[in-house]
Design a protein around this ligand. Structure first.
Ligand code: CA
Length: 228
């Protein structure tokens, strides 16, 4: 799951992001409405956590811009105001849920998990290519009776590639999906993850391969059968 967190309070921002990251959730953060608009990507984020009181705009104003842009990503509003009117405002503006500050971290996590489960797009639980089956929800691939566990990053890479086998995924978008804007991730670490993923594919009897088209990106495809 990938969360976009928009919160201007630095303490609360790191408290929330550290907690979610410790649960294996990817978090990208923004401190202003403007940064948030640059960061939020409907293709990347499954959930937006949005503070109402931002320095440059009202959170609800930002939410309206997102909804006007047809971004349907679920939004959890964080609000310091607990009046019923505010609550209704938030939900009318297209928010999916709200949480009143101060809140317990467990409560936040419960809401995040519930909203993150609402699929913004249909993802097939198991996708197949050649003799390989990719089980995204279980972080693994299977080839016949062989099971190969994937790390979180390997799974993310596989997920991006398996969306459309044979189609090139650019290095920049892989970097964005795996590391976001706010996390450290050099072009080099993409290569490292790719190397590990390829090794796993080679060590099993997968008849698929990940190709690196230099300067363009990566794609996954069935191996061509070589005839002598
Ligand atoms: Ca605030």
């Amino acid at each position: 799951m990938r969360v976009a967190l928009v919160e201007d309070n630095p303490d609360l921002r790191s408290l929330i992001s550290n907690h979610l990251r410790s649960l294996g959730i990817h978090v990208e953060t923004a401190a202003t409405g403007e940064d948030a608009l640059n960061m939020i990507d409907a293709e990347v984020h499954n959930l937006i956590i949005l503070d109402r009181g931002l320095p440059d705009m009202e959170g609800l104003e930002l939410l309206k811009i997102l909804r006007d842009e047809k971004i349907k990503t679920p939004v959890l509003i964080l609000t310091a105001k607990d009046g019923l009117g505010d609550k209704v405002d938030g939900l009318n503006s297209g928010a999916d849920d709200y949480l009143v500050k101060p809140f317990e971290m467990d409560e936040l996590v419960a809401r995040v998990r519930a909203l993150g489960r609402r699929p913004s797009e249909v993802v097939h639980p198991v996708s197949r290519l050649g003799n390989l089956e990719f089980h995204a929800a279980e972080n693994k691939i299977t080839i016949g009776s062989q099971e190969i566990e994937l790390s979180l990053k390997e799974k993310d890479m596989m997920e991006s590639l398996m969306r459309l086998p044979g189609r090139v995924v650019s290095k920049a978008s892989l970097q964005n999906i795996l590391y976001g804007h706010s996390e450290e991730g050099s072009a080099n670490s993409i290569e490292v993850i790719l190397h590990r993923l390829r090794k796993k594919l080679m060590q099993s009897d997968a008849n698929v391969e990940v190709r690196n088209l230099r300067g363009i990106g990566y794609l996954i495809k069935e191996k061509e059968v070589k005839t002598k």
